[in-house]
Design a protein around this ligand. Sequence first.
Ligand code: 2RA
Length: 343
Amino acid sequence: MSKIAVVGCTGAVGIELVKCCHARLSVFGTESPDLYASPRSAGKVLDTPYGPLTVIEFNIETLKSKSYDFIFLAVSGDFSLKNAIPLTTNVNGTDTYVIDNSSAYRYHSDVPLVVPEINFDSIAQMNSKLIANPNCTTAIAAMALYPIHQQFKIKKLIVSTYQAASGAGEPGMQELLDGCKAHVNGETMPENKIFSHPLPFNCIPMIDKLQDNGYTKEEMKVAWETRKIFRTDDIKVSATAVRIPTLRAHAEAITMETEKDISPMAVVECLKGKPGVVVEDDPANNVFPVPLNCSGRDEVSVGRIRQSLIFDEKGVDLFVCGDQLLRGAALNAVLIAEKLAQK
Ligand code: 2RA
């Protein structure tokens, strides 16, 4: 039986965190998580798979007095910077694992950045109670790329993303839906507030802040995080991150150069049976990963696997797709906790 708290429970990721915990009753037990949020949401009653649960106002001393086994943070980076480390210790001297979905600690050398199927052991190696959950784009690609890297040693990656509105949370999804509805009803689309341009019937090649090198932070996250999770500095990554009008699954077109010879068939063999990954690759029959099929699914789908026309036998191109709120956020975090609980 684990005692769990979800902070930021009313957002899109928070809601999925509660569902993912409930889907693992045999690991965490039947006791419902405590749900925390800002004063604005405190007192609201949320419909959850555990039944109706009342949102509690976040107060760090309250959490530190409760000795949770796991606290999931689905909050802003600033909130995490202030609270994540203090939350790892309790008033009675016990420790709590804090799994943070923000980018606040992802690049700290003493904080593990974890995709549990890849580098779960880095938690013990770094002896850290604070664990960073990767950015959605990285986590989804990493599921397909790590087995390939282990067998063929990836040298270079060119990644082009097709990212869903859910990456901007519930308000992003709502802005997309409202804009689509208005258009279909022949009305003027409401003004875009979450995205820099209207998202319906559009694509926006700019996610997160622009960096000095001309790339966006979202694009650099793919490089920084892939290298940290794979524990190598030797992979060169160049990414273009684009927001598209899908709701909750991210897709990514990936070109890679490998050190060893590689072929589409070898990639299919390599990914066969890997946990959390499915190969869907029969393009002649329209079988390939698409965001609608991947929405609400735990697995990352991989398809359109083909020999590179640039790197020849030393490269392949492929397409991956995964649910942004699940593998890209809540599911990854809950799988980390699940493995820790099973230990
Ligand atoms: C996005 N990567 O899709 C972000 C969310 N973590 O905007």
